[in-house]
Every structure is written in C-alpha cells, then in structure tokens.
Design a protein around this ligand. Structure first.
Ligand code: ATP
Ligand code: MG
Length: 212
C-alpha cells in the first residue's frame, strides 16, 4: 500500500492543491491519496478560519469524481489542536510498519517546518513530498534539509535522505500561483472565482455566500 497524506487548511481547496496532488499520485504511484483538512490549525487564527464542516464539504465536492482521492476527518476526531505529528502517528499505527506513507507539503510549509510540534520526529514516521510553489526558493529547502535536518541530497537535489532512512522527495509540479487567501479576497470583492477551483466548489461558495 502506497498512501499519500495531504494536510492543509483547505479554506477553500483549489486547483493548486488538486493538480499538485494528481501529479504526485501519478509520479509516486500512490494507491490512495487522502486530503486531511486541519480542524484546529495551530498556525492560524481560530476565529478567522471557516468552520471545519464547511471546508470538509468543499474537499468532498472537489474529490468526488476521483477514484484514488479521498477526504479524512481524522483531525476533527481529536479535541486538541491539529498537529501533524499526531495525525502521522495515527496513520502509521493504522497502516502498520510496512506501509509506504508519503506526507505531502508545499514548499512554503516545509520552509517553516521548525515551527511544527516535534518536527524532528515527523521524519521518522513517513516519507515526505515537497511541492514546488511560486514565490519560494529551492535553495532554502536545501539549507533546511541538509543543514538543520542533516539530510543527504541526491539525484541533483530532487531527493533527500534523512538519517532515519526516510526520504524527502522534491516535486517540480506544474506551478500554479493560486492560494486560498487570493480566492477569499476575490470572493469578498464579488469577483470571479472561475478556473481557480473546481466548479462544484465555486458554486458551493456562491450558494452559501462564503467569504463575503
Ligand atoms: P492560505 O492562503 O489560506 O494559506 P493555501 O493556498 O496556502 O491557503 P493551504 O490550505 O494553506 O492553502 O495549503 C495546504 C498545503 O498545500 C500546504 O502544504 C501548501 O504549501 C500547499 N499548497 C497550497 N497551494 C499550493 C500551490 N498553489 N502550489 C503548491 N502547493 C500549494
Ligand atoms: Mg497556506
């Protein structure tokens, strides 16, 4: 079993997330890829984040027609803040030691890894996949992985080996300069959201007047 886990606030999910996930699924030959909306994101202002159920529903709508894409509400099953270390421990236990688990993060998120709870231990639990993202530098990734996390760079900087034996893959996916922040801003201004996110999600946002 090759399992991909893609965490995020997904407020809302957009084509930057979805296209990246699809390219990772294909290139790493994942059997399943789970989108995991954060229930209580530790890095974001709780009152400013759209309710979990609404974000979950938008992810559901976005992945409904994809056989290998699924959504997990695991982070809402815990009462505390949504720390990735807890989520990864849960999936490791659930899947067994032999499963190949790939935790997918954007380059911007990986560059802040030192602010994550127990970040050193994350790399003992699973492999990582880092998605390229416009506006963030690959050199900074090398610096963090090689100097702070003591990884060895291989394959022209496309692959990093952690001392734990786990791997960190860099993926130069199609760079789509789309963010949820931009979508929320456009919605607040009553501007078009077309072609930035799945049509079903766009209609959901308009129907429920989200982000107005
Ligand atoms: P916000 O603007 O609210 O922070 P976002 O667009 O960054 O939203 P998140 O839910 O924060 O979306 O992101 C979830 C994960 O997806 C993060 O690891 C982030 O780095 C990654 N990601 C988001 N958008 C892109 C994109 N356009 N290209 C590559 N990775 C992305
Ligand atoms: Mg973000």
């Amino acid at each position: 079993m090759r399992l991909g886990l893609f965490g995020g606030t997904f407020n809302p999910i957009h084509l930057g997330h979805l296209r990246a996930a699809e390219e990772v699924r294909e290139s790493l030959q994942l059997d399943r890829l789970l989108f995991i909306p954060a229930a209580r994101p530790p890095h974001k202002n709780a009152t400013a984040v759209t309710p979990f159920a609404v974000r979950l529903e938008m992810v559901r709508l976005a992945v409904a027609d994809h056989e290998q894409f699924e959504v997990s509400d695991i982070e809402n099953q815990r009462p505390d803040k949504s720390y990735s270390i807890d989520t990864l421990r849960w999936f490791r236990q659930e899947s067994g030691p032999a499963a190949d688990i790939f935790f997918i993060v954007g380059l911007d998120a990986m560059l802040e890894i030192e602010t994550w709870r127990e970040y050193q231990n994350l790399f003992h639990l699973c492999h990582f996949v880092v998605l390229d993202r416009p506006g963030y530098a690959l050199d900074d990734l090398h610096q963090i992985l090689c100097q702070k996390l003591h990884c060895r760079a291989e394959n022209d900087g496309q692959l990093f080996c952690h001392p734990s034996g786990r791997q960190i893959y860099f993926r130069a996916i199609t760079r789509l300069d789309i963010s949820s922040t931009q979508i929320r801003r456009l919605a607040a201004q009553g501007r078009s959201l077309r072609y930035l996110l799945p049509e079903a999600v766009r209609r959901y946002i308009l129907t429920y007047k989200l982000y107005c």
